[in-house]
Design a binder for this molecule. Structure first.
Ligand code: ADP
Length: 248
């Protein structure tokens, strides 16, 4: 479970990107975070795994106070909370398998990481996650030979390799064409339903958010203005999140 209590986040410039956020996300949820560009969606998602520090309030994930995490405990925590980015963050000039194996780097001795020495168990786990996202046959292909959707699947496989309980995805389909975006959303749905992983997606496409996700958080100017089932997102709710046309 992810719990926010009175969370504020101010950037060093003094800009208040999150204002008094209170929310609870139960285990196994598939949540879309929607809102206009600049509303604070990305900031919100990044406070959950402490990529950004909060300024006030508290975030608790499965009983762990995120603001208190440092060093080894933060690394352990981030194994539980995988992160997927719009830009995939892959090493494009090396193979798919090597990219997935980088998931183990924070936990192995530096010399093994440097020389690329991985155990059989680690390799089997990496191949297993490639299988889960349907690209096992690409294991020995260089990442720059893959399509955008396939690269996003490599990123997904990399985060699955260390058996996360939560996956945070920051605009994972923003740079993909509509057909590929749906394929990647299908992957997220499967991971959520079959592996019971909680998935939080910051997403621009309202139609995909409502179709795929069970729950919606609507963010506007740093505040959560809607927190409820996707099935109850009416035009009035969308107006509250995005502003009416004449305000836009
Ligand atoms: P979204 O993901 O909804 O597009 P962000 O969370 O990226 O929004 O940004 C929220 C607000 O915080 C925006 O107004 C943005 O300009 C501002 N912001 C983002 N990064 C910084 C920063 N490093 N310093 C100051 N303001 C920032």
């Amino acid at each position: 479970m992810i719990e926010f209590s009175h969370v504020y986040m101010r950037y060093p410039s003094g800009f208040e990107a999150l204002k008094d956020i209170d929310l609870t996300i139960p285990d196994g949820s598939f949540v879309a975070i929607i809102g206009r560009s600049g509303a604070g969606k990305s900031t919100l998602i990044r406070t959950i795994n402490k990529l950004y520090d909060t300024s006030e309030g508290s975030i608790v994930v499965d009983g762990t106070k995120v603001e208190e995490l440092r060093g080894a405990s933060l690394r352990r925590f981030r194994r539980k909370v995988g992160m997927i980015f719009q830009s995939f963050n892959l090493i494009t000039r090396t193979t798919v398998l090597r990219n997935v194996l980088t998931a183990f780097v924070p936990d192995i001795p530096w010399w093994r990481a440097l020389l690329g020495v991985f155990t059989k168990q680690e390799r089997m786990a990496a191949l297993g996650s490639l299988d889960k996202v349907g690209i096992l046959d690409k294991a020995y292909v260089r990442c720059d030979q893959l399509s955008g959707g396939q690269q996003q699947r490599v990123a997904l496989a990399r985060s699955l390799t260390v058996s996360p309980q939560i996956i945070l995805a920051d605009e994972p389909v923003a740079s993909l064409d509509p057909v590929t975006a749906r394929q990647v959303m299908d992957d997220f749905r499967r991971i959520n339903q079959e592996m019971s992983i909680t998935v939080l997606i910051n997403i621009h496409h309202v139609d995909l958010a409502l179709e795929y996700c069970d729950h919606v958080l609507g963010v506007r100017a740093g505040e959560v203005v809607y927190d409820g089932p996707s099935g109850q997102v009416t035009q009035d709710v969308l107006d509250a999140i995005y502003g009416k046309k004449e305000e836009a």
